[in-house]
Design a protein. Structure first.
Length: 656
């Protein structure tokens, strides 16, 4: 049975780098994360089988297990502080609590089979996976541009291959894996050269190293040619520091980086080419940990790194640590680091725990531990299966949406929510599907039957209800507030109070995402439609202040000035719009046409104002001339001199 556990672990080591699930919406991120979890749980069940076969409890432990247990406990504490919806997102999302839990289980399993010879065999399986990655990368590179993207099947494809496609999920993950394997195999080759060992093994190592090195060069070339989008280091640092100011010990929460990104990103991020993209991962691994797990989590990780670097094989450790913690996180690099930690951390001990009771000498520890593992692992497998079904159903709904079959999409999304009711993403998608069905039915407003009117009413209520549910599941998620605001906005003309509710929802979203110029543009548009031009003008101004090159912001800001009878200001702002958009675009023609109209209007108004001022000036001049003429030509009477009577005072007698 122990051999079965070894073979199972080797098979998982081979599968993890290359596996993906095209039957779900996120084939690589969710696919690899789900496989990491389900394979760990099934591995626990195999391990229990080993214990039952031996009829004794023998467990291998080492410092890496206790260190990782401390990290898991702190992650659990961080996870429990989150809302219900945020917990579920962290459980099924990348680098959340589910990932930490799965890696901890794998640390335990790898320790149980740790041996020097077993480590070499494990590396063989990982190397074979790496060779498949190189082969797939080479094939996609050699495909002519005219054949890309390669879709299979042609209709409703489940696989779409382009220049940056990789079995690992990203070019960065591919590069890290291949560098690691090239170093491992290159080191073995150098060792054989020093020992002057020739033969098949030497030739095999030479071919493996050369092939992996080719893959490294190809990955580097692709990465520089096609690029890789990650959060810039300045923004990553600002987000980490601002989060530290707010929650220094706990951070924003495990698997919750996207909220810190939205709340704390600097306005300078809006000047990057990814300004309208939200990042769930920091631009640097250490900053990601600091942001999510706070100071305590950062200290735990740094302690492990220092302990790690004291071990033998310093160069290999250092290289992998730098790739993991100085680059953005990816599942492949984390998985490799944990595997290397387990295999190289010294101080492995065997602990035997037996307690026999009764006349039949039943090992109560074995029975209790087996029962506990069966319950926990079995429960984990059950819920992991539900999570997978939820994603499969969601993918099916998207297929029906692409076929313009809203009814089937609606039904499959209901099934997806039934499998995972606490995931806010599903509620948002379902609310938008309800809204799309309302629009579709409302297109034939004049010929609606009573049944269709009732459907519209029910779908409208469901759209609002599901959007509110997403907010209630995680009220710190700006995306859910934006979704709710957008739904209210659609009903602003027909439902009393909807415009005010949309305004409140947008305001809440902006509080959670204060430098998002697109949100401020939407809120300004809502105010503009309500003819609150002064408030709209202020909101458009904020959008432009946060992003100086925001053409849409300048365009709407120009229109708000026009509505406020500030035509010269509107013309100046529209000039700025033309400076920000391409000359050959339809938007440029539209803006230029509007600007020409406003200039003509401004010239007419200027002429009218000039004429009016000239008329006023002429009138004033005429009035002044009349007054001056009257003053010079009209005779004035001479002044009359009045002689004043002089009174001589009578002297007062003086008495003696």
């Amino acid at each position: 049975m122990k051999n079965i556990l070894r073979f199972y672990i080797r098979a998982c080591l081979f599968l993890f780098p290359v596996i993906f699930l095209p039957i779900v919406t996120d084939s690589f991120v969710f696919g690899k994360g789900w496989f990491l979890m389900i394979s760990a749980l099934l591995g626990l069940l195999v391990w229990v089988g080993v214990l039952l076969e031996k009829k004794k409890v023998v467990v291998k432990v080492s410092g890496v297990l206790w260190w990782f247990l401390g990290l898991l406990i702190w992650s659990l504490f961080s996870w429990l502080r989150l809302s219900v919806g945020a917990r579920m997102s962290s459980m099924v999302g990348p680098f959340g609590f589910g990932t930490v839990l799965a890696l901890f289980v794998w640390v335990f399993l790898w320790l149980q089979v740790r041996e020097k010879e077993e480590e070499k065999k494990q590396m063989v399986f990982v190397t074979v996976a790496g060779a498949l990655v190189v082969l797939s990368s080479l094939l996609t590179f050699l495909l002519p541009e005219s054949r890309l993207p390669f879709l299979w099947p042609k209709e409703n494809p489940i696989i779409s291959i382009n220049n940056t496609w990789s079995l690992t999920g990203s070019l960065l993950a591919e590069l890290v894996l291949l560098i690691f394997l090239a170093i491992i195999n290159g080191r073995d080759l150098l060792k054989k050269l020093k020992e002057e060992r020739q033969g098949v093994a030497y030739l095999t190592d030479t071919v493996k190293t050369a092939f992996l090195t080719l893959g490294v060069c190809l990955s580097f070339y692709k990465l520089f040619k096609f690029g890789f989008g990650w959060l810039d280091l300045k923004s990553s640092w600002v987000i980490a520091v601002e989060t530290f100011k707010n929650t220094p010990l706990f951070g924003v929460g495990i698997g919750n980086f996207i909220k810190a990104f939205r709340f704390s990103r600097p306005a300078s991020y809006n000047l990057t080419r990814f300004w309208n993209v939200g990042f769930a991962v920091s631009g640097m691994g250490l900053l990601h940990i600091w942001t999510e797990l706070g100071l305590v989590g950062l200290v735990l990780v740094l302690t492990g790194i220092v302990k790690l670097l004291k071990k033998k094989g310093f160069g290999l450790f250092l290289g992998l640590v730098l790739m993991v913690f100085l680059l953005p996180f990816n599942l492949i690099s984390l998985w490799l680091l944990v595997l290397l930690l387990v295999n190289r951390w010294s101080g492995v001990k065997k602990i035997r725990i037996d307690l026999f009771l009764g006349e039949e000498r039943k090992n109560i520890v074995l029975i209790s531990l087996s029962f506990l593992v069966l319950v926990l692992a079995g429960g984990g497998v059950y819920y992991s299966g539900k999570f997978l079904l939820s994603e499969i159903y969601l993918k099916k709904s998207f297929v029906f949406i692409s076929e313009n079959n809203g009814g089937e999409a609606y039904n499959w999304q209901i099934k997806a929510i039934a499998m995972n009711p606490n995931l806010p993403k599903l509620r948002r998608i379902y609310s938008q599907t309800n809204l799309a069905l309302v629009r579709s039915l409302s297109e034939k407003a004049e010929s609606l039957t009573e049944e269709e009117r009732q459907k519209i009413s029910i779908l409208t209520q469901q759209a609002v209800r599901e959007a509110k549910t997403a907010v209630n599941l995680d009220n710190r998620d700006a995306e859910s507030w934006v979704n709710l605001a957008g739904i209210y906005r659609q009903f602003a003309g027909g439902v009393e109070g909807a415009a005010d509710w949309a305004y409140d929802s947008y305001s809440q979203a902006i509080l959670l995402d204060p430098t998002n110029s697109s949100l401020k543009l939407d809120l300004g548009g809502l105010l503009f439609a309500a003819e609150k031009y002064e408030e709209a003008d202020r909101m458009f101004e904020e959008a432009v202040v946060d992003k100086r090159d925001f053409a849409n912001g300048w365009y709407n800001w120009a229109y708000s000035a026009k509505k406020r009878d500030r035509l010269s200001v509107a013309v100046a702002r529209m000039n700025q719009v033309l400076a920000l958009i391409p000359l050959d675009s339809a938007d440029y023609e539209k803006a230029e046409e509007t600007l020409n109209e406003w200039r003509s209007e401004l010239e007419r108004l200027t002429e009218q104002e000039r004429a009016r001022q000239e008329a006023v000036a002429d009138q004033q001049q005429k009035e002044e001339e009349v007054v001056a003429k009257e003053v010079l030509t009209t005779p004035m009477p001479l002044p009359t001199v009045i002689e004043e009577e002089v009174i001589i005072p009578t002297p007062t007698p003086v008495l003696d």
